[in-house]
Design a protein around this ligand. Structure first.
Ligand code: NAD
Ligand code: UDP
Length: 319
């Protein structure tokens, strides 16, 4: 039985990865310090013999007994309001956390995949973004704590590969949505659906002309799984190229939820990227991967999930 360590296991992406690797027959060790995650995302796995949970901060020394075949490093605050609130922890988990996990991978002779992001392209001057683009990031801006930590993560991962021959993979994840996102994590999908469910106006930042390209969780997990099982070590974009403006997106949520709330405009946060769309030629060619779930379908699924939460959760999350 393959043994796989997943950091950030109690978060949105990490918990779905735990489900996938359990379904593939792996023994999964989920590790998380619960700084932005929630145990309820993985509590259904606790009774399983091939799942164990380690409550641990990966920015401090990481120890795991026995062998390991794979490590997936997904621990990191991921939403702008989270990483603005905990900037030092964000820098630490991307730098020290990654260093610790690369060391563990060396020690165990394990393959390691690290979760990078489309944010390494910053506010991109090339559109759509392919993996050869170096990006346009302000190192000292408020988002720099996340972007630069992830850029460092990529550099040190490639250095371990080149210098030590470590078996590494790097995924550049574009905006992904699905069940188990926190309603109050500030990202636009839970923000708009939460507002619609609470009967509040939808807050569009700026004039809403900035674009994003949203990927459904099942497509993202499939892309990550294929990358891990491939032999490709350079970064690969995993994202859905279907691009929308945020204003159109707000209108789409109003239609989906049938709310009679309106759209209100708030200031655009500093360094908010104006456009984002993945070029996925590399993922198609190397991984034979492309997204299968259209936004209309994925949004229906995530709306059902948020609707199923209790009134208490809906409002508690908002406080
Ligand atoms: P999330 O906040 O739901 O999950 C992150 C998890 O990491 C949380 O459970 C948190 O408690 C844990 N964590 C944070 N710091 C830790 C530490 N020092 N030690 C142990 N655990 C720690 O966020 P997510 O959306 O699931 O993102 C997961 C990963 O994917 C992150 O690395 C993020 O940068 C990357 N990513 C996500 C997206 C997206 O659209 N969701 C896009 C690009 C990259
Ligand atoms: N956004 C918005 N209203 C909100 C939350 C976000 O208009 O209530 C915008 C945000 O400014 C950005 C886009 O939606 O342009 C996506 O934001 P998110 O935080 O989900 O992801 P990221 O900016 O990291 O891509």
């Amino acid at each position: 039985m393959k043994k796989t360590l997943i950091t950030g296991a109690a978060g949105f992406l990490g918990s779905h990865l735990c489900d996938r690797f359990i379904a593939e027959g792996h023994h999964v060790i989920g590790m998380d310090n619960l700084i932005t995650g929630d145990l309820k995302n993985i509590e259904h796995l606790f009774p399983l013999e091939n799942f164990e949970f380690h409550h641990h901060d990966v920015s401090t020394f990481v120890h795991v007994g026995g062998d390991l075949d794979y490590i997936l490093h997904f621990a990191s605050p991921a939403s702008p309001i989270d990483y603005l609130k905990i900037p030092i922890e964000t820098l630490k988990v991307g730098s020290l956390g990654t260093l610790n996990l690369l060391g563990l991978a060396m020690n165990k002779n394990a393959r390691i995949l690290v979760a990078s992001t489309s944010e390494v392209y910053g506010d991109p001057l090339v559109h759509p973004q392919n993996e050869d683009y170096y990006g346009n990031v302000s190192p000292i801006g408020p988002r720099g704590v996340y972007d630069e930590a992830k850029r460092f993560m990529e550099s040190i991962t490639m250095a371990y590969h080149r210098h030590h021959g470590l078996d590494t993979r790097i995924v550049r994840i574009f905006n992904t949505y699905g069940s188990r996102m926190r309603l109050n994590d500030g990202r636009v999908v839970p923000a708009f659906i939460g507002q619609a469910l609470r009967g509040q106006d939808l807050t569009v930042f700026g004039d809403g002309s900035q674009t994003r390209s949203f990927t459904y969780i099942d497509d993202q997990v499939e892309g990550i799984y294929r990358l891990l099982m491939s032999d490709y070590v350079e970064p690969i974009n995993i994202g859905n190229p279907d691009e929308t403006t945020i204003l159109e997106f707000a209108e789409e949520i109003i239609k989906l939820t049938g709310t009679d709330q309106k759209i209100i405009f708030k200031p655009l946060p500093q360094d908010d990227p104006l456009q984002r769309q993945p070029d996925i030629s590399r993922a198609k060619e190397i991984l034979d991967w492309e997204p299968r779930v259209p936004r209309s379908e994925g949004l229906k699924q995530v709306y059902e999930y948020f609707k199923s939460l209790s009134e208490e959760e809906l409002w508690k999350a908002h406080r």
